[in-house]
Design a protein around this ligand. Structure first.
Ligand code: MG
Length: 370
């Protein structure tokens, strides 16, 4: 398959409410959308990089730069035998995984459309519905946090994840456990702590969360292993896992017992599948994380989360929770039983509203080979 035309859109949408984590307060999301065309078919990808480098070194601007300067020439030069071929074409570029994933996932959409199959089928998905959880940012008061959790439970979510940061951690975990004695909740620190906080985590352990996500440095496995050894609660790794090899090493070191997979973080679907498989072989469950995706990125996550080892509810919530503006014709909704349907049409299986994208895009750039 040869790629004949690529359009890159930079779309910046206001969030319905500020999203506060240990590293950042987001009021808008600005993502790069890639429209990739071949032989009359169109595939779509969405970068997960936020505007500021609080999660990793990548941002909306670095993604656009890497796509145009380094990845686009390689994509146009390739005759792709299959979607797995794409990542290899980008192997001369180190890191920039969020940029790579933007094209890689668009190419998966294209191949699935050419085969007339839903993306989930091409990826090896086995579920018609995925398990949904919701991620809640830090709130100004514990009362507001509890009220937000109550609302989300009524909306059907089965698992609640809350962000923590130094000073807003143990009080948060204790308040949740006190108000919701049987709730499956977890906390996500986004790398805000060190091993000096071991006693704090022992106290959080007592509140029986399902897991503690990425408590320590974004590039660490060794200290996570020390912390895991001291706790009953499983640690879940997010920022630390960039490749299937990272997952293998994390499992070998016992740095965590659960992995959060974001295809955008690991360079796309092919590597995400490999992380999934490494974890499955070791009996380590995975779930699909989120980065406040708009419709296209959300659709990709839903298809990926249909793979068998995604046995824990992910952060794949309804689109309308975050944005007023919908970029797809069939917004994702969470059903009463806390699941979400995997679209059954070809590719990502949703109608991309190109008119809306063109209207709201800050920038749209078209590229052709040569
Ligand atoms: Mg996380």
């Amino acid at each position: 398959m040869r790629i004949e035309r690529v359009t890159l859109h930079v779309v910046r949408l206001p969030l319905k409410f500020p999203y506060v984590t240990s590293g950042s307060t987001e009021t808008h999301e600005a993502h790069v959308l890639a429209r990739v065309e071949s032989d009359g078919l169109v595939g779509w990808g969405e970068s997960i990089a936020p505007e500021r480098p609080w999660y990793s070194g990548e941002t909306t601007s670095t993604v656009l730069l890497a796509l145009e300067e380094f990845l686009l020439p390689a994509l146009f030069a390739a005759d792709l035998a299959g979607p797995e071929d794409t990542a290899m074409r980008f192997s001369h570029v180190r890191d920039h995984r969020m940029a790579k994933a933007t094209f890689e996932m668009a190419v998966w959409d294209l191949f699935a459309k050419r085969a007339g199959l839903p993306l989930a089928a091409l990826l090896g998905g086995t579920r018609e519905r995925i398990l949904c959880g919701v991620a809640i940012g830090l709130k100004p008061t514990l009362g507001e946090l509890v009220a937000t959790i109550e609302r989300e439970l009524l909306a059907g979510y089965r698992r609640v994840k809350v962000k923590i940061r130094p000073g807003e951690d143990l009080t948060v975990a204790r308040a949740i456990r006190a108000h919701f004695p049987a709730l499956d909740f977890m906390v996500d620190a986004n790398s805000a702590y060190t091993l000096a906080d071991l006693e704090l985590f022992r106290a959080i352990d007592e509140t029986r969360p399902m897991m503690i996500e990425q408590p320590l440095a974004h590039d660490d496995l060794v200290d996570h292993a020390t912390l895991q050894d001291a706790l009953r609660t499983p640690l879940c790794l997010d920022e630390s896992i960039h490749t299937a090899d990272d997952a293998r090493k994390a499992i070998q070191l016992r740095a965590g017992r659960i992995v959060n997979i974001k295809p955008g973080r690991v360079g796309g679907h092919a590597e995400a599948k490999r992380v999934h498989d490494v974890c499955a072989a070791a009996g380590v469950p995975v779930w699909c994380g989120g980065m406040l995706e708009m419709g296209i990125g959300r659709a990709h996550n839903v298809h990926l989360a249909s793979l068998p080892n995604f046995s824990l509810p992910g952060d794949v919530a309804a689109s309308a929770r975050y944005f007023e503006t919908e970029l797809i014709g069939e917004p994702f909704v969470v059903l009463a039983d806390g699941t979400m349907r995997v679209p059954s049409g070809p590719g990502i299986g949703v109608t991309v509203l190109e008119d809306v994208i063109r209207q709201v895009a800050l920038d749209s750039r078209e590229h052709r080979p040569g």
